[in-house]
Unconditional design. Structure first.
Length: 381
């Protein structure tokens, strides 16, 4: 299902008629998606406390982060291992804690991994990215080093962003949130709030970053004007995609380009919680990018992944899968010519889907962000 309403002006003009038409279109798309659903959830492991990210280890094992500050291995039979030693202290609380995790592309030879977390420090906390090595005995992290620490630190427990993607050239993308109380920071380049960060594996800015030579701009910044991006992935052709939370309405999918401004909080398809416009209440402005796709009402998107296997049939290959925290489903998005053309809602009420990954077996795996969170395998019927 593509975007139903692209401007507030259209909504004011059409009113109830537009809403009725939108509801009919939504119902038709939903019905098509439900009829086409050919998957079921299979619980691999349970008993995880607000799990946030999963990575795939050799031997059909999983490495999982839990938001309170634990990282643990889950074996092929779903048994939870003891928390790994060596994880740094995190600012756990609200949306903060130990968050995303990815293995280095050469993990098989170097056992290196990257994780991001809310880092405590003077003035509060910020999004940080660390590099470490998994010990040979799988019990601890070694050589832990923070390679990026967001500036400034603020006293907030909200909007950390914190998704990591390794690009094909070996550089790292990291999303950051605008910390909620500092939303105007997303429009300025002297801070790391509401940005996409692009760095090399030693933490230095990537060589093709757009603001390397601009006075007053932080050199790690790739794009700006973001709100709180908690889903990110590479497309099959190697392009960085991300999703981000809107306020009340206006969740977005974006394909961030170097140096571009994605508008928050100047433009948005959402409104304040409880109603009322944000800023001027506009959804477009010259010099600011439009989202590739938006959801109103908000579904609260988190993890996302493109499917590159044919385990679910050739028709699903190349589809984008996004987890819905608010509405507790897995969204399957059909992509054509770089646009979302149809949405199918899968696994209704599976849980608050925090992470979505394709495993080495070609199947999709989900994490549900709950007190008794689960690792779920998406199985073809």
């Amino acid at each position: 299902m593509n975007m139903l309403i692209r401007s507030r002006r259209a909504g004011r003009l059409w009113g109830p008629l537009a809403a009725s038409c939108a509801a009919l279109i939504f119902a038709a798309s939903f019905s098509a998606g439900a009829a086409a659903q050919t998957v079921r959830p299979e619980t691999v492991a349970s008993g995880l406390e607000h799990p946030w990210a999963v990575a795939f280890l050799p031997g059909n094992r999983f490495l999982v982060t839990e938001r309170p500050g634990r990282m643990r291995i889950v074996n092929a039979q779903g048994r939870l291992g003891e928390p790994l030693q060596g994880v740094p202290r995190v600012a756990a609380g609200g949306q903060g804690g130990l968050l995303d995790l990815v293995l280095d592309s050469a993990f098989a030879s170097n056992r290196t991994l990257y994780f991001c977390f809310s880092e405590p420090g003077s003035g509060g906390n910020s999004t940080a990215l660390a590099r470490a090595r998994l010990a040979a005995d799988d019990t601890r992290l070694e050589d832990v080093r923070v390679i990026f620490s967001g500036k400034p630190k603020v006293a907030s427990s909200m909007h950390f962003g914190c998704r990591i993607v390794e690009a094909r050239d070996g550089t790292l993308f990291l999303t950051t949130g605008e910390r909620n109380s500092r939303k105007e920071d997303a429009q300025t380049l002297d801070n790391h709030h509401g940005k996409v960060i692009h760095i090399q594996k030693d933490g230095t800015p990537a060589r093709d970053n757009p603001f390397l030579d601009r006075a007053g701009a932080l050199p790690e910044i790739w794009s700006y004007g973001h709100r709180n991006a908690q889903g990110a992935t590479l497309s099959p052709d190697g392009v960085f995609w991300m999703n981000e939370h809107g306020p009340q309405g206006g969740d977005e999918i974006n394909v961030p380009q170097a140096g571009r401004n994605y508008g928050w909080p100047v433009i948005t398809f959402g409104e304040n919680y409880g109603g009322g416009r944000i800023g001027e209440g506009i959804s477009e402005r010259a010099g600011m990018e439009q989202p590739l796709h938006q959801w109103t009402p908000s579904m609260a998107p988190s993890g996302m992944a493109f499917l590159t296997s044919e385990r679910y049939g050739a028709g699903w290959r190349g589809n984008l899968f996004v987890g819905a925290l608010k509405f507790r489903y897995l969204s399957r998005l059909e992509i054509a010519n770089g646009k979302v053309v149809r949405e199918h809602k899968l696994l209704q009420d599976v849980g608050r889907v925090r992470d979505v990954r394709q495993g080495p077996d070609g199947l999709l795996y989900l994490l549900t962000d709950e007190g008794n969170g689960k690792l779920v395998r998406v199985v073809p019927q």
